[in-house]
Design a protein around this ligand. Sequence first.
Ligand code: CP
Length: 305
Amino acid sequence: MLKGRHYIEPLDLSKEEMEGLFGRASEIISKPDEFRDLCRGKILATLFFEPSTRTRLSFEAAMLRLGGSCLGFAEPGSSSASKGESLADTIRTVACYADAIVMRNPKEGAALLASRYSEVPVINAGDGGHHHPTQTLTDLLTIRQLRGEIGHMCIGFCGDLKFGRTVHSLVDTLARYEGIKMVFISPRELSIPDYLSTGPIARNQVEVHFTDSLEKVIGDLDILYMTRVQRERFFNEEEYIRLKDSYILNKEKMLLAKKDMTILHPLPRVNEIDLEVDEDPRAAYFKQAKFGMYVRMALLSSIIA
Ligand code: CP
């Protein structure tokens, strides 16, 4: 039962609970009319202290398609946070008006803090460079829909593995599945945090490889998970400029890939996937953005309705 629960970190849901959400998302995709009144009379607050296109709008679209309503803000400048109001007071207040809160915040741990002050469920829509659990639901639903199963595959994570919260949440979750091999492709400066290598990867004895060359490993991959270099998390602009174009996926590199490799990207993209790759049938990142709405419908209807 997910009703009334917070969702702060990916492992707040068991594998069985996630499978239940994917099953519900599949039903929503095939029979949307059966779900259109599930959240009628309910209100979702979306509080975004950092920019977003997909996460905020897909949550709002999800709530509207379930018959519910939305309120909130897309940037903190239009809220009383700009006058110095604390996060705790903002959350206590919004919990008086809404049945659930979706929040993105630049500070790691902000969603956990919010959940401690909220009388309604809080869903983490990204806390700094830490976690983005509903992006993981999006990624896994996409893999399940397009490849038939989650597991028994070799997945390459490419780009900014240090600051990319979508990578952190997906690695943490995928480590629980059978037959997963992970290949981490990054410059040394942007490598995956140690707590993931010593935590879920070691605990689940996941086979991992590390490299700085996409060309050398692309032919081994079933899934390539590209990521943007996260400019907003760098302390030093020169360092960002030096690293930002470390990897650019183009037609030439795609010639080295398996014929059925799936390309995922949480988006937004900057330069890391050339526009010419969008026409390749293996490019799945816009389908992924759409699956994000369906899995958020499944999540909201389970938590709120
Ligand atoms: N994937 C993702 O979190 O996108 P947005 O930043 O646009 O929400």
